[in-house]
Design a protein around this ligand. Sequence first.
Ligand code: FE2
Length: 284
Amino acid sequence: MPILKISNELSGVISTFSNKISNELQDNIDILVKNNDSFSLIYKNANSILLKNNYVLIKNIGFNKDKSLFEAFIKLFGSFYGESIEYADIRIECNYTACDYNLIELHNDDMIALEKMPNYGFIQVLKEDPLKLAKNGLVKILEVVNYLKYHDAELLEDLMSVKVPMMTYGINYNDANKEWTSLNETILYYSGKNDIHVRFDLGTIDTYYWQNKLEQPRKEKKMISDFLDTCKKFRKEFYIEQGDILIHNNKTTLHDRTQTAIELNLDGSFNSREIFVGFTKDYE
Ligand SMILES: [Fe+2]
């Protein structure tokens, strides 16, 4: 399993360090984290697993619920994507994907941004699901492609050549310049180095047909359904505990989340899963 468990000794050093720098400004925290030996050690080893395995789960890192430190940690892996760390809790009243209590289907994050989509995604669980229901799933697209080569070359050919319409309102939920963005692209594509990458978010395809009041062609619907069925053969599932950080390659993997629970308190408040989400990009 691609799990990097930090020893209590190393985690203790990180914890002491994070308390010491907690009042610094973000720019200083970024520099202090970059020059810290313990963080360098974690980065070096997490990155080795990430390059080989496309995702890694880090346990017992020694900090949690510290937005600035999480941001500085992410910046060890590349240029920071977007404006800030996103906070998401599961809610009954929710109008975007991350706070939805229902399952979230396999997808890439911000895939509508095409070559400007983030290359790594980072999730830290601030608070666990009250029933420990919520699990995160990951699929390495290379495993799907290798399987299709021998079991369904025709589907692979379609996924590499048939363009599918996709549409979103803004690139992500906190996009300041909200406008309708649409594109027509294949689900699988070659990156510069002959690696196969994936861009997929069922919601964006459904939005296109819904917005344009069009019926999705049956053939396209079947291709997507067959694609998802194949992906699910290779899906690996994790339960992420409080404080754990999951890092995934957003171009070579798809990710999802199972359904969640919401606990209702006497005073009418709720108790549900809370996460921080952040990204890096591989361009300036
Ligand atoms: Fe996502």
